[in-house]
Every structure is written in C-alpha cells, then in structure tokens.
Design a protein around this ligand. Structure first.
Ligand code: SF4
Length: 361
C-alpha cells in the first residue's frame, strides 16, 4: 500500500497479506503515517525476486516472438497516473500484448505482468483482454488466484466486459488457465472484508505467528512484542490450536504454562499433551532464569517409537545428506555428504554434483 497526496492505494499483494495476517495490514497502515522500523528482505527473498524478474523477462521475450504488437508500459512512464493512461492508450490501440499494465479503480491499484488480447468484444472494439501473471512456483496457490482475480476485477471495470479466463505461467513455463467467474464471488467477499478492515471497522489485532512471519518485514517488531508479552508462541513446538486452548483455560504466558500445577484442566487437550507443553515451557523458563539450558532425558517409550525405530548401530552405517535447489528446472541435487566410520575414526566425505559426474561418466 502507498499514500499519494493523502489517498491510500492498495495493491493485490495487500489483500493477499491481509489473508495471511491482519496484524501485518494494521502495521502497514500505521507505517503510512508513522514510519515503523522495517526488516530488510532476507537473501532468500531477494534471490526469489531476482529469479521472478528473470522468469518474467524470459516469458516477455517469448511473447515478442509470437505476437506482432507488444508494448511495455514501464518503459513509457513511471508515475502511476501516466502508467494508467499509457495502459488505456495501448488497450485502445488494440496492442496484442501489454506488459506491466497499470489499472486502477477507486483505491485499488494493479500492476499486471501481461494483458493478452482476445477476440471478445468490449468497449474498445471487437476485442478485449485477459490477465497473464508469471510465478516462479510450479503449482497453483490460493494467493495466485486471489491476485489474478483482483487484476481481472480491475480489468472488467476498465474494458466493461468480464474476462472469461485468467492465466498463470509457472516457473517451468507451464500455463494454467482459470475461469474468472469461478472465483469472482470469492474475491468480492475477500475484498469486502479487506475494505472493512482498512476503513477501521475492525482493527483489534494481535501478531499471531504464522507461516508468513519468516518473510514479513515486521518480524522483529512482532518478536519483541512476543517477548514483552511472554507469549505462548515462544514455547518450542507449540501449535496455534494449542495456544488457543490454553488461552481459553486462562494460561496466556510461557511462565504460567511452565509453572502450572498438575490439576490444571484444558478443554480438548489430553493430559499427556499438557504435561509435554508444560515441561517444555518449564525448561525454557529455567534457562531464562538461571542462564543455563537444563537437559531432561525423556523416558523411553514402550514399543518402536522415536529413536527406538532406528536399527541397532553397525560398523558399516552410512549417514547421507544432500542439498538441492528446487527452483532449477526439474530440480537439482548438487551437494552430497556421507558421514561414516573407518578403522574406528569418524570421517566426512563431501562431493559436488560435478565430482560425481566426473567420476561416473
Ligand atoms: S511477523 Fe508474523 S505476526 Fe507479525 S505482522 Fe508479520 S506475519 Fe503478522
């Protein structure tokens, strides 16, 4: 989101972020008026972004070989209003492929990877457009659908006809087409929830840890809040659902969980689970208070469970590990490590894919 001359503009990514974590949206809103300390993007995120741009550029080159007319809005303008006007001119002129198209309706703004001309009449003439979005991933995710549905919704209002399909081009160049009508209502419902939230009708949020936290620019702020509140999320291995159940039973902090008595009852939580969580919290509490990490050996469970499932150690045991890059075409395993014992001495042998190719070809 961004604020331009007092008006806030929201992007499709803001709606996707809101679904991941409403607190993120709240911090984004506060940040517009009172800048908050932001975390840098991690190297992994930067790498993914660079690969994403390269994928988009390669797809654009491919489109240029297949279509007679193609234009890039980002090379013509940089201000939002100019980009929007340049996009409308390109649509009016019937350009076959429009890269970096910029569409806007009320406070919703979309920078769309590509618009592709299709032979369906619209206010522009005997043709209209459909959205193509490029993604590094190899399969569809809900957030991709929300994003393309958001763009298709903007496109509907601009060309005055609903696009039949929306397309996603994955990192392996496979293209998946979806019927916009199948998702339009879903998107409208989400947009209404998002609008209610940003207009201040329900902004009471707490940073609940989720899968987005590792990539979130507010992760340090939230971690500080969890420490300050001694939040239950700091208990190693605890789940969101377990936190909810404990909170409902009046246990809201790590310290409370680590010192709870054995007569505590938590609805829909077994005694074994409660004991395990409480024991973990107690260890962390001791480490915090004494500065030393206590170690507690768990009793061996009857039957083949945990480490008991491993075979008995033998002299010829090999411990193998490999590193891979799932983003490379077809995936790539490139680094192999083997740990073993030779004449009683532990050894570690590391081979790269190159070494192995040289050895066995
Ligand atoms: S770090 Fe996690 S909890 Fe905090 S705002 Fe980001 S996604 Fe939400």
């Amino acid at each position: 989101m961004q604020k331009i001359q007092g008006d806030i503009l929201y992007a499709a990514s803001d709606i996707v972020n809101f679904l991941e974590c409403a607190h993120l949206t709240r911090l984004d809103l506060i940040n517009l008026d009172t800048p908050l300390p932001k975390d840098e993007e991690s190297e992994e995120v930067q790498l993914l972004q660079d690969r994403g741009y390269a994928h988009e550029a390669a797809f654009s080159d491919m489109l240029a070989t297949r279509h007679q007319s193609i234009c890039d809005i980002a090379s013509q303008a940089s201000e939002i209003e100019q980009m929007r006007e340049a996009t409308l001119s390109a649509m009016d002129a019937g350009i076959e492929i429009i890269c970096q198209a910029t569409l806007k309706k009320d406070s919703l703004l979309g920078h769309i990877d590509f618009l592709r001309r299709v032979p369906v009449p619209s206010r522009f003439g005997d043709y209209s457009y459909e959205v193509i979005d490029t993604k590094l991933a190899r399969k569809i995710k809900t957030k991709f659908i929300i994003q393309t549905a958001c763009y298709s919704s903007l496109l509907s209002s601009v060309q005055e006809v609903t696009p039949e399909r929306m397309h996603i081009v994955f990192g392996n160049r496979a293209e998946e087409s979806l019927h916009y009508a199948d998702y339009a209502y879903y998107f409208t419902t989400i947009l209404a929830r998002f609008s209610d939230f940003v207009q201040g009708r329900q902004q009471d949020t707490y940073p609940s840890p989720c899968s987005h936290c590792d990539y979130c620019c507010w992760r340090t702020l939230c971690k500080l809040r969890w420490i300050e509140d001694d939040h239950l999320s700091q208990v190693a291995g605890i789940t969101k659902l377990q936190i909810k159940k404990l909170q409902a039973a009046g246990i809201t902090t790590l310290a409370e969980l680590g010192t709870c008595t054995t007569d505590l009852k938590v609805a829909k939580m077994s005694t074994a689970t409660l004991e395990k969580l409480s024991g973990q919290a107690s260890l962390q509490l001791q480490a915090r208070e004494n500065g030393r990490r206590p170690v507690e050996l768990l009793p061996q469970q009857p039957g083949k469970k945990g480490f008991a499932r491993l075979p008995q150690p033998a002299a010829g045991d090999l411990f193998f590990d490999m590193e891979g890059d799932p983003l490379t075409d077809g995936g790539l395993e490139y680094l192999f490590g083997i740990y073993f014992f030779s004449a009683g001495k532990p050894l570690f042998n590391l081979s790269s894919r190159k070494d192995i190719t040289r050895k066995y070809n």
